[in-house]
Design a protein around this ligand. Sequence first.
Ligand code: SF4
Length: 381
Amino acid sequence: MTAASHDIGLYIHIPFCAGKCRYCDFVSWSGMEAFWEPYINAVIKELEQKSQIVPKRHVMSLFIGGGTPSLLPYDTVLRIMDAVRKHYRLLPDAEITIETNPGTLDHDKIRAYREAGINRMSIGLQAWQDHLLEFMGRVHNAGDFDEAIIMAQNHGFSNINADIIFGIPYQTMDDWVETITKVLSYQIPHVSCYSLIVEEDTPFGRMKREGCWQDPDEELERKMYSKAIEVFEKAGLEQYEISNLAKPQYRCQHNMNYWLRGEYLGFGIAAHSFYNNERWANSSDLRLYMESIERGSNPMSECYYITNEEALSESMILGLRLTEGIDLDYLSSIYRTDVRKKYGEKLADLAERQLVELKGSVVRLTKRGMDFANQVFIEFI
Ligand code: SF4
């Protein structure tokens, strides 16, 4: 297990989308153009306000996520970048990611992102089949993805991630293999593969409650997951986290910082922060958030102090997501607790159920453990 960096990450939440996907429960809206400008002004103000918390810390990663940041005119992104550079010590080699969706990008935007120093682009493809995209309420088609990725590559983006989803009703194994194959054809260095989760408060959740939903076959879903890992690994993308694969040197530094319990600050509505053993979240009410910032007060809606015991539990749960696993002796030294002794029985039981494997002082999920990770995590809560 690698130690978390002393440098921090920054996350900026842009809660606007071209349309609302039917599975999405993120804090994001479509059709709120009137709020774009005042919201960005608030975020820029928050960047300035919070910079006093971390005057001497270097920033190793910046993630402009959402929502769909690429929906906004590019000058808003440039203003955010200027504010970050003005108020924070952004390292020259910091990873700077922008989350984008096909159909919202053009040459001018991509050129402006590059010129502003953004060096990583994450593109939401989800599936290659237009009927599945339509079913999920995505506002783009596969052709838009093709156009977006080629434009990005032509403008010099080499560090590109594609998000794809499996376990969609009506998605066949052939569909999934086609999606994987198409993604591979662009030679990008990073892929995130997520299983579709039906959240209650979404159109899919309502369909499920009303009985007009057919759960995808569980066995097929697991096979899709294994297939993705197998095919991507053969092509040189190594699985380094439950849902993430990358070519060497292309792991997402921003997310690695989360999994290693590194510190970060979040800006914008509903953004989370972790700093100085405290976790807090900004209000997810847009007006409240903007009014708080306007008044110069903290838009925080909840804050928890993390005890030593909770920190250890977080390290176990987050660290086990990584394929390299966790070094229990290392955790024992940082938490001044005999971790092997504390979790000895649980780990032996999980090993017996073939969900984790122990080698020396390192524990990691097995392939089966990756499939049933929640059953493992629950043991450490
Ligand atoms: S584009 Fe992303 S954030 Fe926006 S609605 Fe769809 S899934 Fe949610």
